[in-house]
Design a protein around this ligand. Structure first.
Ligand SMILES: [Zn+2]
Length: 197
């Protein structure tokens, strides 16, 4: 009986929007336990089906990320629900403008300036931003390697990883741009409509 109820609950959840799934997960410990599993295929499937059924954005699958595959819950939180700076917790007014796929944070300008550094890696190349914590972590990893050969391999591996990651975030930024444009169009149409009526 218990299992049948659980199956029914799973099925119902697939018709609930991701935003409401979030609310539902805060109702009680039991719902939270069911909806909060990040490595369960069944749970990921609920969120995926809900996202595909109820939303037009985001429609790409969750990103692979830098060091971890993103679960559906994190993806929804990052793209739709989070409205505070991940670092200082102040409210963000421009959710797309303050989104930083490169460093996996939504953050205000002040925090960005504190956490990122500007560097030109080689002469003639454009200035790039780097997240200080990422640099420290990479440096520790590099320092911990035993010999020159291992370091060379590590550099090649990192270069490939950066390439893959940059391609990936390009797709997600493009997805954001399409959504911003759609949102803008909808607002223009709505404004026109109000002016006429
Ligand atoms: Zn901040």
């Amino acid at each position: 009986m218990e299992n049948i109820l659980l199956e029914i609950f799973h099925e119902i959840c697939k018709y609930v929007s991701p935003k409401d799934l979030y609310s539902l997960s805060t109702v009680c410990k039991r719902y939270r336990k069911i909806l909060w599993l990040t490595h369960s295929m069944k749970c990921q499937n609920i969120w995926k089906t809900s996202r595909q059924r109820c939303l037009t954005y985001p429609n790409l699958p969750p990103p692979n990320g830098w060091n971890e595959d993103w679960p559906e819950q994190k993806y929804i939180w990052f793209t739709l629900l989070s409205d505070k700076c991940f670092i200082c917790k102040d409210r963000l007014l421009e959710k797309f403008h303050d989104r930083c796929w490169e460093f996996r944070v939504n953050c205000c300008k002040d925090c960005f300036d504190k956490c990122a550094v500007r560097r030109r890696l080689r002469r003639g190349q454009p200035i790039q931003y780097f997240w200080t914590k990422d640099i420290q972590k990479a440096y520790e990893e590099y320092k911990g390697l035993g010999n020159e050969e291992e370091r060379q391999d590590w550099v090649v591996k990192m270069q490939r990883k950066v390439q893959r990651f940059l391609q990936e975030i390009f797709d997600y930024k493009l997805q954001d741009t399409v959504e911003i444009t759609r949102d803008l169009q909808a607002r223009l149409i709505s404004n026109n409509h109000h002016q006429r009526t």
